[in-house]
Design a protein around this ligand. Structure first.
Ligand code: NCD
Length: 339
């Protein structure tokens, strides 16, 4: 039997709790509620054995994944196992959705089997919220179309707070984060922008006009917390972190090709790399202590060069480690909201 540990229950600074049974997105969520999930995560990040007193002990969590995933599904599975829950996996390509069943019917049938929580990844923006409104059990959004990927946003913010010594209060004031690349297609960017700006950080969106349009500035509200630029080189010395994004070819309209790596949104992969790729020379121009992040999957040699991905500024594998703890906290917190 694996050893069990009792997680240190962390005292939050404020009394605000996460009170919803679901986690669908970070947009519009008050800072204190986002902090409540981050404070809860501190008890689980770096826990490598099963925890003793989880409300999910002996229950079943269902992963309903209608889109490909490596990290996110494995991370939720590992998180559930560390909480001593069972996991059942339903993968889109092998489900009755291919026979015309709706996502809501699929989710309600899986819930009727007695699962304690649903983790949903879907191609359609809004799918997780729709399912949450139609089932009684907790629903965690593991990425819905171009909408949100809230656990990725939380794990990114946690990793950034850790790198900047801010785990005490998750106050991100004074920090500036560049999100670079295909922001318009990115649910990761949307969740990060919402969470980071709620906690006081500034975000600079960097990319070609088709992938980083000016309209993204509206995500920062009237305070101007989000700005857009098309010049990566001038941003490098000013930021505390760069979050590199993959060009999400498969999410582009009009002839995009993920395998062939072509899209009407960029002239060529070569040109994209020369203007927006994080090369070793560009990484050298970052200020001391600035970190390089990526949610994965990385397209090495396009948005990020191998020397940087594996270099001293990279916190990419730390993001993956932190992700398991954050997902443990989110599963536990949402399940407790129903108690
Ligand atoms: C991302 C996703 O699927 O939204 N990856 C992830 O979950 N870590 C980013 C991407 O697909 O590029």
């Amino acid at each position: 039997m694996r050893p069990m540990v009792k997680p240190r229950r962390e005292k939050a600074r404020s009394n605000t709790r996460w009170s919803s049974k679901d986690l669908i997105g970070l947009q519009g969520v008050p800072a204190d509620e986002i902090r409540a999930l981050l404070f809860a995560s501190r008890a689980y990040v770096d826990v490598r054995s099963d925890v003793e007193d989880s409300v999910l002990h002996g229950t079943t969590i269902a992963n309903l994944f209608f889109e490909d995933s490596t990290r996110t599904r494995t991370s939720f599975t590992t998180a559930a196992h560390r909480l001593r829950a069972h996991v059942s996996n339903l993968l889109g390509a092998f489900s009755s959705v291919t026979k015309g069943e709706t996502l809501i019917d699929t989710a309600r049938n899986v819930e009727a089997m007695g699962v304690r929580a649903l983790v949903i990844r879907a191609r359609q923006a809004g799918a997780a919220g729709l399912i949450a409104a139609n089932v009684k059990c907790p629903v965690i959004n593991a990425g819905d179309g171009r909408h949100e990927h809230p656990t990725q946003g939380l794990l990114d913010i946690y990793t950034l707070a850790e790198a900047n010594g801010r785990l005490d209060d998750f106050d991100m004031k004074g920090l500036t984060v560049a999100i670079v690349g295909d922001i318009v297609s990115s649910r990761v960017a949307r969740s990060n922008i919402a969470g980071l700006t709620a906690l006081g950080a500034r975000v600079i969106c960097v990319g070609p006009a088709g992938l980083a349009p000016r309209s993204l500035e509206s995500l920062g509200g009237r305070g101007g917390a989000v700005t857009v630029t098309h010049e990566l080189d001038e941003v490098l010395p000013k930021v505390d972190a760069v979050m590199m994004l993959r060009v999400q070819f498969e999410r582009h309209d009009g002839g995009a090709d993920a395998q062939g790596k072509s899209s009407p949104a960029i002239a060529s992969v070569r040109e994209y790399r020369s203007l927006f790729g994080m090369t070793a020379e560009r990484a050298d121009r970052l200020k001391n202590g600035a970190v390089v992040m990526h949610p994965g999957p990385i397209n090495r040699g396009i948005e990020l060069d191998p020397e940087v991905a594996d270099g001293p500024r990279s916190v990419i594998l730390r993001q993956v480690t932190v992700g398991v703890g954050v997902r443990m906290a989110v599963l536990e917190t949402c399940a407790r909201a129903l108690d």
